[in-house]
Structures are given as C-alpha cells and as structure tokens.
Design a protein around this ligand. Structure first.
Ligand SMILES: *Cc1c(COP(=O)(O)O)cnc(C)c1O
Length: 482
C-alpha cells in the first residue's frame, strides 16, 4: 500500500489518480463477492443492486434530519415502519423509527425502557434483564445510558432461562429481552414465556429481531417451523429488526417498532431553549444521509414478500446442506437448534479454532465464539450454491487438523478471551493485531502461524483485565496511520 497521507492535501488530485489510489488501497480488503465471507455483507445480487444503487445516489446528499424539507424521505421512513410493522404482525397502532443500524435501534429501546421506568419521577438506576447470548449492543447502550444490564445464564439448549430471568426481577427492573434469534447460536429465545413474565410483573419486553426480523417471517410463510417472536405474542412491547442484514439493503438501516404509541414518545429528543431554534430529532443521529433509507425502501419495494420468500428458501436450503455436511463429518456438532441461517459449530474432538484458522487459509471467513469454543457462520444469498466448495474445503481442513498433534483445546478465560478478539476483529486485522500485540507483550509471534501466534499471546496474557488492555492498545494502534 502507498504510504499514507499525513497532512491536509495541498492541492486536489485528478479523478484518475484518485481511483488508482482507491483500487490500490482496496487490494487488502476481503473480496466478499466470492461468497466466502460468512456475515458482514448481505448483498442483494447484481440486478437489484444496480437499481438500488441509483436510488441511493438520488438521495445521498439529502438529509433526513429535516422531515419537512425532505418529505419524500419522511414518507419512505413512515412506509418502512408500516411495512415492517405489518410483516411482524403488528396492528394499525404500531409506531417506530428508521435508525442507522441494530445498535441504534437497541439504544432507542433501552432509552425508552429507562425513561419509562423513571416516569414516576423515581431517581433510580433502571435494570434490564437479558440472556447471556444477547448482542453486546445492549451492554453498550446500558453503559452509555446509565442503565444496569443483568445477564442471566442460558439453558442447556442455548436459549434464555426464563426461571432465572424471573428470579432476577426486582423493583428497579424495567424490561426483559429475548432474541429472535440470538447472534451466537441462531436459536430463538422462548419469547412467549418471557413476554408472559413481563406482563405478570408489569414490565416492558423487547425482542431483538435484528437478525431474524427480515428472515423468520419469510421462512414461516412457506411453512418452515418458526418459534413465535413477533407482535402476535402478547406482552411484546418493542422489536428491533435490521433491514441491512437479511433485508439485503445497504448498510445503515434498521427499524425500532413499538406496540404502544406512548412508548415512542419517550424516544424522541426535543429541546426548546437553543438559540439556534427548537431542535427535535427522532433517534440518536442528527444530520443523516437519505441514501440508505431510500435504498432500503427501494429494496423492499422491488423484492416484495414473494421475492424475499424465495431468497429465504434458497438460503435455507444452502444452510441445510452445509449443516448436513458438517454433521456427516463426525466430531463436529451444531450448537442447539438454530432456526434460520445463523449457527455455531463446536467439537469435542478437534480444536475448533484451528479449523477456523485452516478455513481462513482457504479463504473462508468464519467468526469465533467462546464459552464454549465454536466457529460461527451466517449464511446469506452470497453463499447460495457454494455449499459443496465449502464442504470439500472443510473435509480437507479436518484431514489436516486431525494429522496435527493437538494442543489441548482450552476453554480457559484467557484463551477464549483472546479468541474472542478474533471475533471482534476482521480476520486480516486480527492477524496484524496479533503480530503487533506479540511485540508489545514480549512474546515472539513473528514468523509463526496465526494460531500459534494467538496461543503465544494467550500464554502471556494473565487475566481478563489484561485482555481488555490489549484490545485497547490494538484499537489505538489500528486507528492510527500505518
Ligand atoms: C447485528 C446484530 C445487532 C447489532 O446490529 P448492528 O447493525 O451491527 O448495529 C444486534 N442484535 C443482533 C441479534 C444482531 O445480529
């Protein structure tokens, strides 16, 4: 890569030079179009993309912050809320907002829960009870909002333990959360029971359908078994659903929906005292491009229910073939009963992280989970038709890994926390970061394989606090010019 610019450019460059620089920079990016990246990118296919991209371009300079100046964007937002509300079987009263992603949707649900609990003027730290598998966006929101998040261990089937959730309820509890499905295992929490518990204790109940909101309904339609999770379940008060995952729209669009319109009023922010005028905004963001909103709207309109159902069926077929292949290998098992195309693979026989490393060498990007150690796969349209290529590579990987003398697969905090690192960092930056970390921690990672480097680091990191310090240093390093 060309040396990075460090100062403000003295003068502008030519368009040709600009694109040469970009294509040079992009050489190190992951080539997701080959379909070997599980998750991160949900591509609608070239034909849809061509139309949607031009809709995006139409709106990319427009600003959703001003809903009166850009009324066509506001109409799109309201229609996206209504269309998704209807997909999730909400009645006419469903309200909501378009946000920039699952994290922002979850922030909104958490803010509403906090302010709802404090509505009586009580000066308390509201608590939200979540299963251990809930997405870290809840931890992040709790951290930012001054809410206490109470994590409850999972049942043996990796689903939320409702009895334990019940025991965690106290007078400060504001909301219970279930996922449909949770990211790590793709299992849907027992939403009906969680919502019933919420009703009995006069609590809010949020369902995080960021992953499943634009997938489970399309599986249910042609008759796949899907656990109840949406507004048909009595007691569910809000749902988050990401259009930019299985809605196949470009990044930057999610929905937060409320059953009771009164709840959404707690979400909006308004200040009347600013010299700049009365300022109101519906979500966290201020100025925001209309591009992603228009693109999401266009994608839903172009696809329609029928289009989404056929894509979902194809993705599910691919998933089933991959899962059958994995089960057929022996020594590998799928964790729990995943209900859609998101699942984890563990092994009592092989070092599952080594399998992940070897797959990466063959160009397949999987995530890593900890406690228990698993590799994680999200199958979307990009993987349709790739199942045999993947399974052939996996069998080869198993042959390689089983010939190798295995270090004992450790579930210890240290090694799992470090392997957790590889989950939050893209594979490539993880390797770079490991190289870097090995230098500053003082173990010799250079010249070793990625996993060897990783376990080298593992040995020198003594506890979770050190791991956190290490991640901080890695992030500090990554967000500087190289
Ligand atoms: C992706 C995801 C989120 C967070 O969404 P972002 O769009 O990455 O902010 C939350 N919950 C679940 C279950 C997810 O899969």
């Amino acid at each position: 890569m060309k040396k990075s610019a460090s100062g403000f450019p003295e003068r502008g460059i030519e368009k040709g030079e600009l694109f040469r620089e970009i294509s040079n920079n992009r050489k190190r990016d992951f080539g997701w179009r080959a379909g070997k990246m599980f998750g991160y990118v949900y591509y609608p296919g070239d034909e849809t993309a061509e139309t949607v991209d031009s809709v995006y371009r139409l709106y990319m300079h427009d600003n959703t912050l001003n809903p009166t100046a850009f009324s066509s964007l506001r109409k799109m937002e309201n229609e996206l809320v209504a269309m998704t509300g209807s997909l999730l079987h909400g009645g006419k009263n469903i309200t909501g907002s378009v946000t920039t992603g699952g994290t922002e949707s979850i922030f909104m649900a958490m803010k509403v829960a906090r302010d709802w609990k404090r509505a009586g003027g009580q000066d308390i730290v509201p608590e939200v009870i979540v299963p251990l598998s809930v997405h870290p966006a809840f931890d992040k929101a709790a951290h930012f909002l001054g809410v206490k998040l109470v994590h409850v261990p999972l049942r043996n089937d990796y689903r939320a333990d409702v009895d334990r959730m019940s025991s965690a309820i106290n007078e400060r509890t504001a909301m219970l959360v279930g996922s449909a499905p949770c990211f790590p295992y793709g299992v849907v929490d027992p939403v009906t029971e969680i919502a019933e518990l919420a009703i009995n204790n006069n609590l809010l109940c949020h369902v995080d359908a960021c992953m499943g909101g634009f997938m489970l309904p399309f599986l249910e339609k042609p008759g796949h078994p899907v656990s109840p999770f949406d507004f048909r379940v009595k007691g569910v008060t809000s749902i988050s659903a990401d259009a930019h995952k299985f809605g196949y729209s470009s990044k930057g669009v999610s929905l937060i929906l409320y059953r009771d319109p009164e709840l959404r009023r707690l979400q909006f922010f308004i200040t009347t005292e600013w010299p700049g005028g009365i300022y109101a905004s519906s979500t966290i963001m201020g100025s925001k491009s209309g591009g992603p909103v228009a693109a999401a709207w266009a994608t839903v309109k172009l696809r329609g229910l029928k289009g989404y159902v056929s894509v979902a069926s194809e993705v599910m077929e691919t998933t089933k073939k991959i899962q059958e292949g994995i089960r057929g290998i022996g020594g590998l098992e799928i964790a729990g009963k995943p209900e859609m195309s998101v699942f984890a693979v563990r092994s009592g026989k092989y070092n599952i992280y080594s399998i992940g490393d070897e797959l990466a060498k063959r160009g397949w990007l999987t995530d890593r989970l900890q406690n228990p150690a698993c590799i994680h796969m999200t199958v979307s349209m990009l993987q349709a038709g790739k199942e045999n290529e993947f399974l052939n590579d996996l069998r080869e990987v198993i042959a390689v890994v089983s010939r190798r003398k295995q270090g004992k697969l450790s579930d210890s905090l240290i090694s799992s926390a470090v392997s957790g690192l590889s989950r939050i960092l893209p594979e490539r930056s993880f390797r770079g970061a490991m190289d870097f970390a090995s230098r500053f921690i003082g173990s010799n990672g250079s010249g070793q394989s990625d996993s060897a480097a990783m376990y080298g680091i593992t040995a020198s990191v003594k506890n979770g606090k050190n791991v956190r310090q290490m991640v901080l240093s890695i992030y500090d390093k990554m967000y500087r010019l190289e």
